[in-house]
Design a protein. Structure first.
Length: 304
C-alpha cells in the first residue's frame, strides 16, 4: 500500500498539542493510533531523538498508519498490534518502563465505520461483526443470536443507555426465532420495528439503532473494561511531569476517566489539567461532525 486509503480528520488536535506540549527527544505512547492522524501532528514535536509508539487492535488501521508515518526518521516510530489495556506488558516488551506522554482517542474511527465489511454501521449492509481485532473469535452476531433476552436488554441499557432496551431485546428474540440475524441491516430493521411499535415519540433525533449498535460494539470489544484496566496501570508508566490525555465520545467513557482523575488527584499521584473536559470549538464542530461529542481530559503525573 503506497497511499493511505482513507481520509481522517483527528479531533481536538490543537488542545492535545497545547496541553501535552511534547518536546524533542520525548517518548509518546499513543494507545489508539488508528489512521495516524494525531501521530502526524505530534511526531514532529518530539523530533529529533523522540520515539512514537502507536498501538491499535486493528491491523488494517496499523497498515494505514504505517503508510502515513512512512517518512518518519528511522527508529522514531514503533507500531504494534496490541490492546492498550496491556500497556505494562507492551512497554516491557519494547524495553520502556515509563514514557513522557500517553494519548487515548477512544472508540471507532471513520475508516472502520465506512468499511461495510466490518459491520460497525447500520447505514450500510454488511456482516454483523464489529470486532476491532479480527483475531478474536466472537462477533456481534454471536451475541445477538445466542444471548438470553434479559442479557441482551442489559447490554442495550448499560452500554447504550437505551431506555427501550427490554422491548428491543424482545423483538430481536422474536426475529431470530424465525432465522439468525447476521447482517447490520437485519438488526437495524429489528430495532426499527421495536421502535415503530412504541410510536414515533420514543425515536428522538438519532436513528433508533444508534444506541443498540454502540452497546454491541462496546460489549464485543469489552471497551469499558479495557479502559478501566488501562487506567489501573497507567500512573506507574508515566514519568513524573508526564501527561495523560484521553478523548472520549460518550458519557460512560468520560465518567470512567473523570472518576480516575479525581481519585488520582485525591491520592496525590496526578494533577488535573482540565477541570472541565475540553470540547471542539464551533469551527471544528462544523468541519468535522464526529468532533461534536468528543471530550478531552488531561492529567499530569506528580512526583519527583
Ligand atoms: C478514534 S480511533 C483513533 C484515531 C486516531 N487518533 C487518528 O488520529 O487517526 C480509535 C482507534 O482505537 C482502536 N482501539 C479501540 N480499542 C482499542 C484497544 N483496547 N486497544 C488498542 N486499540 C484500540 C480502534 O481500532 C481505532 O482504530
Amino acid at each position: 500500500m503506497d497511499e493511505p486509503q482513507h481520509e481522517h480528520q483527528p479531533v481536538l488536535v490543537e488542545p492535545v498539542l497545547r496541553l501535552l506540549d511534547p518536546r524533542a527527544g520525548q517518548v509518546i505512547l499513543d494507545g489508539t493510533v488508528g489512521l495516524g492522524g494525531h501521530a502526524c501532528a505530534l511526531l514532529p514535536r518530539i523530533l529529533p531523538g523522540g520515539r512514537y509508539i502507536g498501538l491499535d487492535l486493528d491491523e488494517v488501521m496499523l497498515g494505514e498508519a504505517r503508510v502515513r508515518l512512512g517518512t518518519a526518521p528511522p527508529g522514531s516510530v514503533e507500531l504494534v498490534q496490541a490492546n492498550f489495556a496491556a500497556l505494562p506488558e507492551v512497554l516491557a516488551r519494547l524495553g520502556f518502563e515509563q514514557v513522557d506522554h500517553i494519548l487515548l482517542d477512544l472508540g471507532v474511527n471513520s475508516a472502520q465505520l465506512a468499511d461495510r465489511t466490518r459491520g460497525f454501521s447500520f447505514e450500510q449492509d454488511g456482516p454483523l461483526d464489529m470486532r476491532y481485532d479480527r483475531r478474536s473469535e466472537r462477533r456481534a452476531l454471536d451475541l445477538v443470536n445466542a444471548l438470553p433476552e434479559a442479557e441482551l436488554a442489559d447490554i442495550f441499557y448499560y452500554n447504550g443507555q437505551e431506555l427501550a432496551s427490554r422491548k428491543i431485546a424482545k423483538r430481536i428474540c422474536q426475529v431470530r426465532h424465525a432465522g439468525r440475524i447476521t447482517t447490520t441491516l437485519a438488526l437495524a430493521r429489528a430495532v426499527e420495528s421495536a421502535y415503530a411499535a412504541l410510536g414515533e415519540r420514543r425515536g428522538g433525533r438519532i436513528h433508533p439503532a444508534t444506541r443498540v449498535f454502540q452497546a454491541l460494539r462496546i460489549a464485543i470489544n469489552d471497551e469499558l473494561n479495557n479502559l478501566r484496566a488501562f487506567l489501573d496501570g497507567v500512573v506507574a508508566h508515566l514519568r513524573p511531569g508526564g501527561k495523560l490525555a484521553v478523548i472520549s465520545f460518550h458519557s460512560l467513557e468520560d465518567g470512567i476517566v473523570k472518576d480516575f482523575v479525581r481519585a488520582a488527584k485525591a491520592a496525590g499521584t496526578m494533577d488535573d489539567l482540565t477541570r472541565r473536559p475540553i470540547s471542539a470549538d464551533p469551527q471544528e464542530r462544523t468541519a468535522n461532525p464526529r468532533s461534536r461529542s468528543a471530550k478531552l481530559r488531561v492529567a499530569q503525573r506528580l512526583g519527583a
